[in-house]
Write a protein that binds this ligand. Sequence first.
Ligand code: NAD
Length: 507
Amino acid sequence: MSDLEQNLADVGGTIERFRGATLGHVIDGERTPGSSGETFQNYTPIDNSDLGAVASGNAEDIDAACRAAEAAFPAWASMAGDERRTLLHSIADAIEANAREIALIESYDTGQALRFMSKAAIRGAENFRFFADMAPNARDGLSLPAADHLNYSLRQPIGPVGVITPWNTPFMLSTWKIAPALAAGCTVVHKPAEWSPCSASLLVDIMHEAGLPAGVMNTVNGLGETAGKALTEHPAIKAVAFVGESVTGSHIMKQGADTLKRVHFELGGKNPVIVFADADLERALDAVVFMIYSLNGERCTSSSRLLIEASIQDEFIERVTERVRHLVVGHPLDPATEVGPLIHRRHYDKVCSYFETARQEGATIAVGGEPQPLNGAGNFVAPTLFTGARNDMKIAQEEIFGPVLTAIPFADEAEALALANDVKYGLAGYVWTSDTGRSIRMARDLDVGMVWVNSENNRHLPSPFGGMKSSGIGRDGGDYSFDFYMETKNVCIAADTHSVPKIGKGT
Ligand code: NAD
């Protein structure tokens, strides 16, 4: 049996479970098909075959979930931090115990190659462990003494929160939001992406099996315009953590306006990787290729614009081209696969449309630029490299969110910076140079939330994660997450030494 056959055999039972019954919501600890009985179909991008029906949540289902989260909030919020820490570690243990099933179904549901998804569950567990350990001190504030008063601050969980996630790495991203929310003492209503609902369903079950009280974590499946919208409008929900497209972020901001929702947005990107001639070109090459072609290019921090110093352009592009030609496109459950199929037919059509756009705009398709079906099926596209591009082209300005790289030359540092910043997005920037002063200048002047110097995207849970401009509002990670999920309260106590103003004494 090949590794692929073994993986398919191992995930077969899970697939049958999803195919065999409508995937319901989990509200107040109970599985429910929802109030309307309406469903939508989920498909695997491998061949667009059916992966089962999913309950299509509506405003009534969202209301039930929000009420459950509201009812569970007081007990969860007042639980001692170290008790919450123990429980969240139990969830991490349970995720690890189920890591292989999660990885296999995530890969089958999203089309992401197993070589990357095999770490998804482990990373999800790490998210729980990291924030579990911060739970006991999450409430701690500051002591701010003044001459006649003692001010001190403390933090309290904001209340039930909504978590809305996309389809690109659903398990990792969901846990990245849910773990700090729970550690802070908030209860959660999660609305997973409709194109990849499977791992969220496993997650909520695992959490309950690990001992999470009913109502603390609720999962409602459904479409963005119905279930997602209702969640962002619900008065019981105090904050919405959203990961997805920039335009959806705008919708959510409008939808949440009447109830004055606090929002945290992690949105799109068109991130530059800037390679200077003095860089370690071998390492830069590895990182450039990895950061756009891994995860099918469906990654918010993908380096989708290669800004390359003109003096090394020909040589470097030739080497990138060679690598891209040799990328292994294939079945996502095959351990050899480096690029799998794109999540959904609609997204595949969008990515493919940029091949024509590139031609019309006068860029060169150096590699790829066409579908690459597997056994005549599936949402596979050839890893693609556009050269001869200008920064004002759509292929340089718009988020394609596929295995597609646009290369643009620059003459000097000033031009590199100007090109890098000339997009509406501002999530991440990657700089490759051996000149320390230049790396400091570039890091300072790039209009992005995160800069990596001589590195690919490297995860560090205490560090702030998030974007500027159209790429987001707010930061995640470490204590930044608690600032979002908690209210800061200041308490001011007098030492009875100051004079209180007197009015109404008639003099
Ligand atoms: P999307 O915005 O279409 O959907 C994301 C989620 O929002 C889904 O669950 C969807 O159902 C829901 N939604 C849609 N309309 C809604 C509405 N009106 N109200 C409430 N919820 C609604 O995004 P997507 O296509 O699933 O994901 C891809 C996008 O996510 C890309 O732009 C990518 O860059 C971004 N992303 C950003 C980060 C980051 O950290 N910045 C990380 C991953 C993905």
